[in-house]
Design a protein around this ligand. Structure first.
Ligand SMILES: Nc1nc2c(c(=O)[nH]1)N[C@H]1C(S)=C(S)[C@@H](COP(=O)(O)OP(=O)(O)OC[C@H]3O[C@@H](n4cnc5c(=O)[nH]c(N)nc54)[C@H](O)[C@@H]3O)O[C@H]1N2
Ligand SMILES: Nc1nc2c(c(=O)[nH]1)N[C@H]1C(S)=C(S)[C@@H](COP(=O)(O)OP(=O)(O)OC[C@H]3O[C@@H](n4cnc5c(=O)[nH]c(N)nc54)[C@H](O)[C@@H]3O)O[C@H]1N2
Ligand code: SF4
Ligand SMILES: [Mo]
Length: 742
């Protein structure tokens, strides 16, 4: 067994460059050389294999053809006849990640105490790792109950079905994911309005317009941007709502509503008011199929274009024009964001107002509008409720025991998944004492130090990752090496009714194992061998398919590498008329009233306001601290070349933004004596970071734009824990700060 101290470890990393396989740490610096094992003999034959990319952890993913020579991928290219294509810069650079000599390739346990600032590690075998995990987790369970163990997946989506299954088998209601701050606020708002998860839908050839509410697809989903651009060329009209002038705005927008971050609720109310005032709504639909119209109408009436301009900074005339463009060009569709405007304390209200727009226009479930209705029984992580054992969760009363139930009752109603934003409190109160943490990054949450403390204070924790990342892994007890996308099978890629299987195209580096295998093997070590298929991933995937009851097997998927089309499906329009949207098959929508709820019954029953009311950000231009911190802090808007805290080490990507940057307008820079490239302090009452100044017209005067996930300048030191009471989402998009020359 190797004993790896921190110093020895760095040596190990250097050695790894020569050996190709080894342990190393992601040091934030650039020190990349392909290990010689990444090169194959040029005379040996090339085999082309299908895969798909997971560099942005987005679902569904882009298709890849990997050219494989002697178990080495020597080239990746876009896969044709695949719904998501072509590859972006990150997809191309995936080879640099695969062959990065800093990858974690062996299981390790820490040898020093967590009080020390840096962890020291010792390599252990997988068997030792599993035995320790089982002993520690079962010990916590015996002493404090199963709910004291957190089963967590960060941004990685693929392992979620397996992880939730494991949590439930173990008896823990504490299963949580990064969806605590991503996408789930939008889904639940759509649920509340029309009874179904949604983030909107791309326009089709039948769509006359598309309202894009805070999505910068050109950078966050380039494959989708291509689809949107083709629709634009065909004649589809676009309104884009975004505080910045993004490539999505310049490429698509007929009208750009450039609002103040965090003021979406007022803009949406004003938009709805204009649809009513300009007589653009579908009166028959509204009368028959909506609940609460008169109250909504009364509420939005005060949001005149002039008042909305005052609140949102969007010119009154533009709002009038935008409502007309969308209202007159029907059918139309809507695209919202998993992030963009959602990171605000008002999201549980404003995002509902946004989903009401297509409803009021009669654009729900019509060709060219926003399609509804049951799709395949998979969730966004390609797992099924049955595989995740949601029936067990229900039958065995997990819901009543969950730690987040009183903090976030609306969230708890919609998700069998913990809202993790109060993790620091749950650890402090002794409710959570251990964790299986897959792809965990402490910089994901607002006010990072509190989450670091929470992770460090766990009695036992094991992280599963591609890299050893000290920012979080210095706080855990054990790390396990995960196989990367080209090295593993995974949950399926699902596009509509088409399913793709991904199988490994090369063998894993070092001792790395597939996430699914690791989770199933932990389950086996914990005593659930049979339900965890004794670690056999194929058997688990076969069971997952069986739970769909679609009659599909792995053999079907293997026989159709270009995608398996599941027969059937209901493409009829207006399924709400014929009972196609509700489980009881009655006409209407799957909401408590059976109608599109413009006033939410669920919210009212849980003691919240049912109308989509606008509230100012807690830290904004109207709050007392604005005089000290007069710039709106807008964080996390996606960059084309990085994913969250990842990819900083890959030379092909790092060259685009080698160090953290604060973007601000020429006016704000000038007022502070800042020049392009200066080092600047960005600070507020909570924290401070140093970044390089980039002066740009992309951002509004009065707003700064900063990407998250920089280890050396973590912007979540400054973001606050003012959670939206409905969704629990933090206001990453609209805090306050000041910027000054260093
Ligand atoms: N200020 C601010 N904060 C934000 C946001 C923001 O906009 N502003 N955005 C929020 C949003 S929407 C999100 S989604 C989160 C994302 O937050 P994170 O979950 O932090 O996302 P990543 O940094 O991509 O990944 C976390 C870790 O997972 C590892 N990893 C990646 N893929 C895999 C895999 O397949 N298997 C395993 N085992 N490990 C893997 C990575 O190496 C990394 O260490 O950040 C949130 N935080
Ligand atoms: N390259 C890359 N792609 C990614 C990711 C990544 O890290 N890197 N992450 C993936 C993940 S997990 C997610 S959640 C998605 C997010 O995908 P997007 O939602 O497209 O992400 P953003 O760029 O954060 O937000 C979109 C736009 O919202 C705007 N915005 C900011 N604040 C507000 C506001 O208050 N109101 C309104 N209306 N708009 C606002 C921003 O200016 C931005 O242009 O991207 C995914 N794709
Ligand atoms: S958008 Fe880029 S990073 Fe994301 S799946 Fe596609 S190629 Fe990969
Ligand atoms: Mo996200």
């Amino acid at each position: 067994m190797t004993d790896i101290s921190r110093r020895g470890f760095v040596k190990g990393a250097t050695a790894a460059i020569a050996t190709g396989v080894g342990v190393g740490l992601s040091n934030g610096g650039i020190n990349f050389l392909y290990p010689k094992e990444a090169f194959a003999n040029e005379d040996s034959p090339i085999e082309k294999k299908y895969s798909y990319c997971d560099m942005c952890n987005h679902v569904p993913k882009c298709g890849i053809i990997a050219s494989v020579r002697e178990n080495k991928i020597v080239r990746v290219e876009s896969r044709d006849k695949y719904p998501s294509t072509p590859l972006c810069a990150k997809g191309i650079a995936s080879l640099q990640e695969l062959y990065d000599p800093h990858r974690l390739t062996v299981p390790m346990i820490r040898t020093n105490t967590k009080d020390a600032s840096a962890a020291e590690w010792k390599q252990i075998s997988w068997d030792e790792a599993y035995a320790t995990i089982a002993e520690k987790l079962n010990g916590v369970k015996q002493r404090h109950g199963a709910d004291a163990v957190l089963f967590f997946c960060g941004d990685p989506k693929e392992p979620r079905g397996a992880m939730q299954r494991l949590a439930t088998l173990f008896g823990s209601s504490s299963y949580g994911t990064e969806s605590s701050v991503c996408a789930a606020a939008s889904w639940m708002c759509a649920q509340m309005v029309f009874g179904q998860n949604s983030m909107g839908e791309n326009p089709s050839d039948k769509s006359a317009s598309c309202l894009v509410w805070s999505l910068n697809a050109a950078w966050s989903q380039p494959n989708r941007y291509g689809v949107l651009y083709r629709q634009k060329e065909r004649g589809c009209k676009f309104v884009v709502v975004d505080p910045r002038i993004t490539p999505t705005v310049t490429g698509l927008a007929d009208i750009h509503l450039q609002l103040r971050p965090g003021s979406d609720g007022a803009l949406a109310a004003g938009f709805i008011n204009q649809l009513i005032v300009q007589d653009l709504i579908d009166k028959d639909f509204v009368e028959t199929w909506t609940h609460g119209f008169e109250e909504l109408k009364t509420y939005v009436a005060s949001f005149t274009p002039e008042k909305v301009e005052e609140i949102t900074w969007v010119e009154a005339a533009k709002l009038v024009e935008a409502a007309r463009l969308i209202g007159e060009n029907k059918p139309g569709t809507l695209l919202t964001s998993s992030k963009g405007g959602c990171h605000t304390t008002n999201v549980g209200h404003f995002q509902r107002a946004v989903f009401m727009i297509p409803a009021l226009l009669g654009n729900l479930d019509v060709p060219g509008g926003l399609p509804l209705g049951p799709g395949l029984p998979f969730d966004y992580a390609a797992s099924t409720k049955a595989f995740q054992l949601e029936d067990v969760y229900e039958a065995e009363g997990f819901q009543q025991r969950r730690h987040d139930r009183e903090d976030f009752p609306v969230w708890a109603k919609y998700y069998k998944m913990m809202q993790t934003v109060k993790l620091p409190e749950y650890v402090e109160q002794g409710k959570i004492r251990a964790g299986v943490l897959l792809g965990v990054n402490s910089m994901m949450w607002p006010n990072t130090p509190l989450y670091k403390k929470a992770i460090r204070d766990l009695e036992f924790s094991v992280a599963i990752d591609y890299y050893l990342r000290p920012v979080t892994h210095d706080l855990v007890d054990m790390v396990l090496p995960a196989a990367m996308c080209y090295e593993r099978s995974a949950a399926f890629a699902i596009f509509g009714r088409k399913i793709f299987l991904r199988e490994p195209v090369v063998t894993p580096a070092g001792e790395a194992r597939e996430d699914w295998r690791i989770i199933l093997e932990i389950g086996t070590a914990l005593g659930y061998g049979e339900q965890c298929f004794n670690g056999n991933v194929d058997a688990a995937l076969e069971e997952l398919l069986a739970t769909t009851r679609l009659g599909i097997t792995l053999a079907d998927l293997r026989a159709n590498p270009q995608g398996f089309e599941v027969p059937g499906g209901n493409k009829d329009p207006k399924k709400y008329e014929a009972g196609g949207l509700r489980p009881d098959k009655q006409p209407g929508f799957n909401t408590p009233t059976g109608k599109v709820e413009l006033k939410s019954r669920v919210l009212e029953d849980l003691g919240f306001e049912g109308l989509p009311v606008y509230e100012e950000p807690l830290h904004g231009p109207l709050s007392a601290d604005f005089k000290d911190y007069p710039l709106i802090l807008n964080t996390g808007s996606r960059l084309p070349y990085y994913t969250h805290s990842k990819l900083r080490d890959l030379p092909w990507l790092n060259q685009f933004m080698p160090e953290p940057v604060v973007r601000l307008s020429p006016q704000d820079a000038h007022a502070r004596g800042l020049n392009q490239g200066d080092a600047a302090r960005v600070f507020n009452h909570q924290g401070e970071v140093t970044m390089k100044v980039e002066i740009t017209n992309m951002v509004l005067p009065g707003v700064v734009d900063i990407f998250h996930g920089w280890q050396q300048a973590d912007i979540n030191l400054l973001t606050t824990r003012d959670f939206d009471p409905i969704s629990g989402f933090p206001p990453f998009s609209n805090g306050l700060c000041e910027v000054a020359k260093v």
